[in-house]
Design a protein around this ligand. Structure first.
Ligand code: ADP
Ligand code: ZN
Ligand code: ZN
Length: 716
């Protein structure tokens, strides 16, 4: 480490730019991912650095330093400031970021910089003219952190849900005991203890337990042991809305542990503070959504991914990563156990168990003695009259629950009032003018909303095509269902929980608390209500329409539907009262429903995997997607065709298939036409060696078309 002030050091800096791109005036270093700057002074690897980039000033991260550069001295620019307000990022974090960058085909900086909290990567926040570069934001964060440290282990805030929360550790069932023992045996020795024998990195655990089987209780026991060993624990959950209740549970169970949370609903300052507490080893438990997976944790000892199958672990913009996969990767790198928990594991994880790469731990019964799995009944809507999308069966069942003073959940995975507004005279429908999608009719604000690009427009008084004033909403969303229920059951207390009704911070929590507290008779909701919540008095779940996803193009749609329905169904009958689930469908003989009514995930998953094996789909092949967007579809498709030609010489060896470029399912989004090209490989290494060469070739094309490559793509 050169700290001499007399010599000039060369800093190799990672910036948030694609690998081969170089702003005017800058030259990339030989490996094309780091940029050389001169610096006269002390600097350590892992520190942040402010550097000029073209005409801008940007934040970078020192990855290497050296005493010479391959570049001509005249072309080297000087770094503006090396920041010492945050301790250098450790080498293990660099390994994790490096892995993610290689795996997802991004430059190191494209992964590293966005992984830092926004406040720590804003070059503009720093005053550079004083003796030490300083940022008022950082000063405030340090103050906040100092306060947090003196007050961090507070008692759980009181809230209606706390009453229902088991704050005492439970006597574990035999299956739970076995799972806890297995996980704990795989923990690394306590921090500070000297290792007696070299340890093998434990295989990932798949905790497969039906809803209500007590998976959370297993996590809690394992977490306690890891905390007692002085280790940090990372817990990932799919939804922001699940954090408050888990947070309270953790606080109640571990009053002396310092708990940090990280999710996208937090203010920048708060996020930076929690990140810093984790990075400095001051936080013992880190609870967060997918973004938390890249947080540095010097004492990490255990990783838990709850609801590991959930699609929201996949980031769908920027670095398109799977937090679940990175969590597994990280556990292997750090040599610590990872627990993937689910009632309906992803097909990927299930096949890893079959291949012997993951170890399965099973919980087969509901934890609460009297609780049993709900009875799932299919209602054949082909033979029944419907009113506002409801059969008599559903209405009667709801009425019964009202009379018994039990709660019901009406599930419909479509928000808004109606998915489209339609002219009965000429057939005009409310299309978004910027997307190939319909505008959704929202009655509450009397607006049409595009759920894809966010465009809003007032509801048309008359048909823009023929002038007819009789425009009718077609189909139904949660708002319309709520309206119908209010009409049928005027005495009932009805609450709707979806993204629209919970836009303001804290609303969702308040509404869930009202349901827990018994202030709601009928809960109407989208998949926001399906996850995690353990409603004690809920005995009926109505699924209004499950058919939409049955025949989707997307090969993952059945898996998602099954998981979704299983999860919603799991909300019923969690305590001592038996639960019932009614599903309206036109396809009562579909095999998915047969497995569902038997609560037989294993049969379903095995059948899915057999189908995918037959068709050569993941996890039996390895995919990447090249997506392009342009003003015209033609331009996007042309780019992809050229890209396909470029691949020719790179795939001589075989084992890689490039499909024809096609328009994306949602072809036009916010006035951009989008197309995609699927790449499929017989083995992961083939894909991983083909992509970098191909991407370099594409970068050299320098077309005006915007494009990106997604590894392990999922449909959007
Ligand atoms: P899951 O996470 O598998 O859906 P939970 O961990 O939420 O299930 O457990 C469901 C319910 O069972 C909770 O109310 C929990 O307190 C209770 N529970 C869990 N384990 C036990 C146990 N060993 N004995 C009694 N109740 C338990
Ligand atoms: Zn018309
Ligand atoms: Zn739109």
């Amino acid at each position: 480490m050169n700290t001499s002030l007399h010599r000039t050091t060369i800093l190799r800096v990672a910036l948030d730019v694609p690998s081969a791109i170089s702003a005017r005036g800058e030259v990339t270093s030989p490996n094309h991912t780091l940029f050389d700057y001169t610096w006269h002074g002390a600097a350590e690897v892992g520190q942040r650095v402010i550097v000029p980039w073209g005409r801008q000033t940007v934040m970078g991260l020192i990855v290497e330093h050296s005493d010479h550069s391959a570049l001509e001295p005249a072309r080297l620019r000087e770094a503006l400031a090396v920041l010492k307000d945050v301790e250098p990022l450790p080498s293990r974090w660099f390994e994790l970021i490096g892995f993610a960058a290689r795996y997802y085909q991004r430059s190191f900086g494209e992964v590293a910089l966005p992984a830092l909290p926004a406040l720590l990567r804003k070059a503009g926040a720093y005053q550079l003219n004083g003796p030490v570069p300083n940022s008022r934001g950082m000063v405030a964060i340090e103050k906040k952190l100092a306060r947090w440290l003196s007050s961090a282990a507070k008692p759980p805030p009181s809230s209606p849900t706390t009453v229902l929360m088991p704050t005492e550790a439970r006597e574990l069932s035999e299956e739970q005991k076995h799972a806890v023992a297995a996980i704990c045996a795989s923990l690394a020795p306590a921090i500070g203890a000297s290792a007696i024998a070299p340890r093998e990195t434990p295989k990932p655990w798949l905790l497969f337990g039906i809803t209500g089987s007590g998976k959370t209780e297993v996590y809690l026991h394992a977490i306690r042991v890891a905390l007692n060993q002085g280790q940090q624990v990372l817990v990932l959950v799919p939804e922001i809305n699940l954090t408050p209740q888990l947070e309270r549970l953790f606080r109640a169970r571990f009053p002396h542990a310092r708990l940090s949370t990280l999710h996208s609903g937090m203010a920048d300052g708060e996020r930076a503070m929690h990140w810093l507490a984790a990075h400095r080893g001051q936080a013992d438990l880190l609870l967060g959504t997918r973004m938390a997976v890249l947080t540095p944790l010097p004492r990490i000892g255990l990783i838990i991914v709850d609801e590991e199958h959930d699609p929201s672990f996949k980031q769908q913009e920027g670095l398109r990563y799977s937090a679940r996969d990175l969590a597994v990767m990280r556990s292997q790198q750090e040599g610590v156990p990872v627990v993937l928990g689910s009632a309906t594991p992803s097909c990927e994880s299930w096949s890893q168990v079959q291949r012997g790469r993951y170890t399965k731990l099973t919980l087969t019964t509901r934890a609460v003695q009297q609780a049993s799995l709900p009875e799932i009944r299919l209602i054949d809507v082909r033979r029944k009259p419907m009113l506002h999308g409801f059969t008599e069966d559903l209405r009667e069942a709801l009425d019964q629950r009202l009379q018994r003073e039990e709660q019901s959940l009406v599930f419909l995975n479509r928000r808004g009032y109606a998915p489209v507004l339609c002219c009965s005279a000429c057939g005009w429908i409310s299309d978004c003018r910027r997307c190939s999608a319909h505008m959704v009719y929202h009655k509450s604000d009397r607006q049409l909303h595009c759920h894809h690009c966010g465009l809003q427009a007032p509801i048309n008084r008359a048909c823009p095509d023929c002038g007819n004033t009789d425009l009718a909403p077609l189909g139904r969303g949660t708002q319309r269902v709520e309206e119908a229920l209010l009409e049928w059951f005027p005495q009932a207390r009805i609450a709707r929980i979806d993204r629209d009704s919970t836009r303001r911070k804290g609303t969702a929590e308040g509404m869930f608390a009202a349901v827990h507290g018994g202030a709601v008779d009928i809960l109407v909701g989208t998949q926001m209500v399906a996850k995690g919540h353990d409603f004690q008095n809920l005995t009926l779940v109505c699924i209004v329409d499950a058919d939409g996803a049955l025949f989707s193009q997307d090969f993952r749609a059945p898996e998602r539907l099954f998981a979704n329905l299983m999860q919603v169904a799991g909300r019923a009958g969690r305590a001592d009262k038996p639960g019932e689930v009614l599903i309206q469908t036109r396809f009562t003989t579909h095999p998915l429903f047969a497995a569902l009514t038997d609560h037989d995930y294993v049969r379903f998953a095995d059948a899915q995997l057999a189908e995918r094996h037959e068709a050569g789909l993941p996890p039996y092949s390895f995919q990447a997607m090249l997506r392009a967007e342009a003003r015209t579809l033609d331009a996007a498709l042309k780019f992809l065709a050229t890209a396909r030609e470029q691949a020719g010489p790179l795939i001589d060896e075989g084992g890689i298939t490039l499909y024809d470029p096609v328009p994306m399912p949602l072809m036009r989004l916010a006035n951009l036409e989008r197309a995609q090209l699927l790449i499929e490989a017989a083995a992961r290494p083939l894909l991983q060696s083909f992509l970098p060469a191909w991407i370099s070739a594409l970068q050299a094309l320098r077309t005006g078309v915007r494009w990106h490559v997604e590894v392990d793509p999922v449909e959007i």
